[in-house]
Design a protein around this ligand. Sequence first.
Ligand SMILES: Nc1ncnc2c1ncn2[C@@H]1O[C@H](COP(=O)(O)OP(=O)(O)OP(=O)(O)O)[C@@H](O)[C@H]1O
Length: 363
Amino acid sequence: MTHTRQTAPGSTPTGVDGEGLDARLVVQRGSFRLDVALTVAPGEVVALLGPNGAGKTTALRALAGLVPVSGGGVCLDGAALDRTPPESRPVGVVFQDYLLFPHLTALDNVAFGPRCHGASKAKAREIAAGWLDRMGLADHAGAKPRRLSGGQAQRVALARALATRPRLLLLDEPLAALDARTRLEVRAELRRHLAEFEAVAVLVTHDPLDAMVLADRLVVVESGRVVQEGTPSEIARRPRTDYIAQLVGLNLYRGTAGGHTVRLEAGPAITTTEELSGPVFVAFPPGAVTLFRDRPSGASARNLWRCEVAGLETHGDQIRADLTGELSLAADLTAVAAAELGLQPGATVWATVKATQTHAYPA
Ligand SMILES: Nc1ncnc2c1ncn2[C@@H]1O[C@H](COP(=O)(O)OP(=O)(O)OP(=O)(O)O)[C@@H](O)[C@H]1O
């Protein structure tokens, strides 16, 4: 990460003068309940990350005032927004499908915001032209949305959101509708624009790469609740739920530590290098697992488990084995190693991990 706009360690994300976003969003939608607190400093980019149906979009829409909150409230730069209708909030929104006005040119799509905020037609167009220029779209100012590529349309949508100089920029899966190559380009550009943006930006995504590249801080939401928040590297190093562990590609267990041994809640013990006591997590990458066809003779019994192959899939240039048995785990190995071991669903294998390859941390 090369972002430099981090909040100073130990300081509260909003400034002493209440700058930035301070929100608690309680939303009831049928049987689904969202209850999320969100504090973001000016200049900070926060990504709401989570599985389908976690409540990310609901949270974003509640910030925009498009979904009523049944509890909590939204405070932006010290002012409560709860009684402010969506169109009067200093908020810019970019949706995954852009929602540009099809009958307006790119220029007039971008001019729409400033015009709504009271700028004259000429002034609004001047502002819009400036933004299109910044986005590298000056040559497409007169084009209608259907003549724009996905990447260009996404840039127009971003220009439209930024043209009103919002104090809160909301982006809902901004790259989801783009093909892989365009996505790469637009992601890099978006990152540049977000780095220049001096107000609060909140991004919703279920793509960990988008989140890690674009955001200073991740807020992981599962079933309507925040389950973990921190910088991308903090979260990648110390995942606290199965969803996050899978996202960052780690085997994760919960147990109770006593010295170098962690007794798992359901299963065997794992020997670690860290010396801890009480409730802990233990994590190790699938690449740290070594598999044997027969019980390795002379091997210590530490971190050695008898398992069965439940499934196999290719994972990049590796084979990932899904193992169950004494311990459930994922193991990565080369195609050659998989062939030599005769790995196939139902086969019995012995799995081992060195204590130095595990990482234990308080739960
Ligand atoms: N209009 C609605 N009425 C009732 N329930 C809804 C409505 N819209 C969404 N929900 C429910 O709210 C929950 C959260 O949905 P939301 O779209 O916020 O999740 P999400 O994290 O953005 O998911 P995704 O990544 O799939 O977009 C889901 O369980 C969904 O079924």
